[in-house]
Design a protein around this ligand. Structure first.
Ligand code: PMP
Length: 478
């Protein structure tokens, strides 16, 4: 292959690659549909396309790039494995590279789990770790049913899909996840979270609820694909109490929230909750595929080979992951994400006050969301909104407005993605290494994009059903 084909940087190369992709790749492709970019170079927050355009990347590999693209410590770690002559494929054998990764991982684990933890190296995707966790708790408890939350996203393999909000399942009982803006009980805040917890308890204790004693409960400390919904700390503690009291293993899915993203190294630490099982992927591989399940040793009842697979020893990913975990820990990047995220949220709140089409802004650390709504829709009835001028009630979701904001962002050189129940939440997942100036630049571009959509807003047609609204419904986007 000619060198120019490997590293093409011209508008025609860009067009050709995109055309061939759409002719040859599956209709299931997602990001590629809404982001017609052909990345050829990247560093930190910035991606350069084959057409020479540069973008600020606030998608960051769906939240995988804690240190941004091609961070020097990550590149160095990969190079040193390559130059050392170490084998790249070792199944699940012990190696110095894996030993270093496990030590670094255990050094970061929440107190209460670190001393009694076991780690299982499973297939390399988040969804593989979810499957492993489900199998683990089912094997350990001898029970079958699972508790999961509305709006959850846990992956695309069969078991993980069962748990996700978009897919009905007979083995999974769906519980309400607390949220303020679209509180299922119409009250939001502490009262809404308390009602959500009460509902969970009553289902578990009512012998006629139809819910049998489950094998586990799985929860995201911040629902990401579900629309950037941080679980209130008190509610998460309550879930811990409820599950402990009934002998139900609690599984924290930290695939997206882990490694400093939310302002703590692991998001469960905000509430002081110690889960029995943690599902980890994305950032732990330092941009390469890696997933693990970490769990309390009491659950380690597997027999040899009970959960095997060929690709469980990716040495490059472990080296990149060790470098990433260490860099985040040594440089206090979790704290930095918490402080910067708060400042960004402050500016987003001002933006919401300026534009009727922004229904809500929320987030934790550098996991931020802007919910777009149809400003002309009637305010929902109930305690939170009692009249057409009451801005507190939730307005109808605006997936088309959100898609338009994503498009306007792209025109301004900013990559964002959508999430949320109706694909109406514009999501920001910048790397934890983003500077203050870059954060301002991101927010300037986003503000401009929202202002442009807001000006055009009244000409935007009524939202289509979520299925047609783009590739980012929670059930379809990783
Ligand atoms: N769990 C959560 C919370 C996620 O956000 C994701 C991916 N977005 C997954 C699991 C699945 O990970 P993967 O796409 O690597 O299978």
């Amino acid at each position: 292959m000619a060198l120019t084909q490997l590293s093409p940087t011209s508008p025609s190369a860009h067009e050709g690659i995109l055309r061939r992709q759409s002719n040859r790749e599956s209709a299931a492709r997602t990001y590629a549909r809404s982001l017609p970019i052909v990345p050829v170079r990247a560093r930190g927050l910035t991606i350069e396309g084959a057409d020479g355009r540069r973008y600020l990347d606030c998608l960051s590999g769906a939240g995988s790039l804690a240190l941004g693209h091609n961070h020097p410590v990550v590149l160095e770690a990969i190079r040193s494995v390559l130059d050392s002559g170490a084998p790249l494929h070792v199944l699940d054998l012990a190696t110095p590279v894996k030993d270093a990764f496990t030590s670094e991982l255990f050094a970061t684990l929440p107190g209460g789990l670190a001393d009694s933890a076991r780690v299982q190296f499973c297939g390399p995707a988040g969804t593989d770790a979810v499957e492993a966790a489900l199998k683990l708790v089912r094997t350990a408890t001898g029970r079958d049913g699972l508790l999961a939350f509305s709006g959850a996203y846990h992956g695309m393999t069969a078991g993980a899909l069962d748990l996700s909000g978009g897919a009905p399942s007979v083995r999974v009982t769906r519980l309400p996840f607390p949220q303020d803006y679209r509180c299922p009980f119409g009250v939001g805040g502490e009262a809404g979270a308390a009602l959500a917890a009460r509902w969970t308890e009553s289902l578990l204790d009512d012998p006629k609820s139809g819910v049998r004693h489950p094998a586990g409960m799985i929860v995201e400390p911040v629902q990401g694909e579900g629309g950037v919904l941080p679980a209130p700390d008190a509610w998460l503690r309550r879930m811990r109490e409820i599950t402990t009291a009934r002998g139900i293993p609690l599984i924290a899915d930290e695939v997206q929230t882990g490694v400093g993203r939310t302002g703590a190294f692991w998001a469960v630490e905000h509430s002081g909750t110690v889960p029995d099982v943690m599902v980890l992927s994305k950032a732990i591989g330092g941009s390469l595929p890696l997933a693990v399940v970490v769990y309390h040793e009491d659950l380690d009842v597997w027999q040899p080979g009970d959960h095997a697979g060929t690709f469980r020893g990716n040495q490059l990913a472990m080296a990149a992951g060790t470098a990433t975990l260490r860099h985040v820990r040594e440089n206090g990047l979790a704290e930095r994400a918490g402080a910067l995220g708060e400042r960004m949220l402050e500016r987003l709140r001002r933006l919401a006050a300026e534009h009727d089409c922004v229904g809500d802004v929320r987030g934790r650390g550098l996991m931020l969301g802007v919910e777009m709504v149809d400003p002309e829709s009637p305010v929902a009835a109930g305690p939170a909104g009692d009249g057409p001028t009451d801005r507190r009630g939730p307005l109808t979701a605006g997936p088309e407005l959100a898609a338009a904001v994503r498009q306007e962002c792209l025109r301004r050189g900013l990559i964002v993605e959508l999430g949320g129940r109706h694909s109406c939440v514009v999501r920001l997942l910048p790397p934890l290494t983003i500077t203050d100036e870059q954060a301002e630049a991101v927010l300037d571009r986003l503000s401009d994009a929202i202002a442009a959509v807001s000006r055009a807003g009244h000409r935007i047609p009524t939202p289509r059903p979520p299925k047609e609204a783009g590739a980012a419904s929670p059930a379809r986007t990783p």
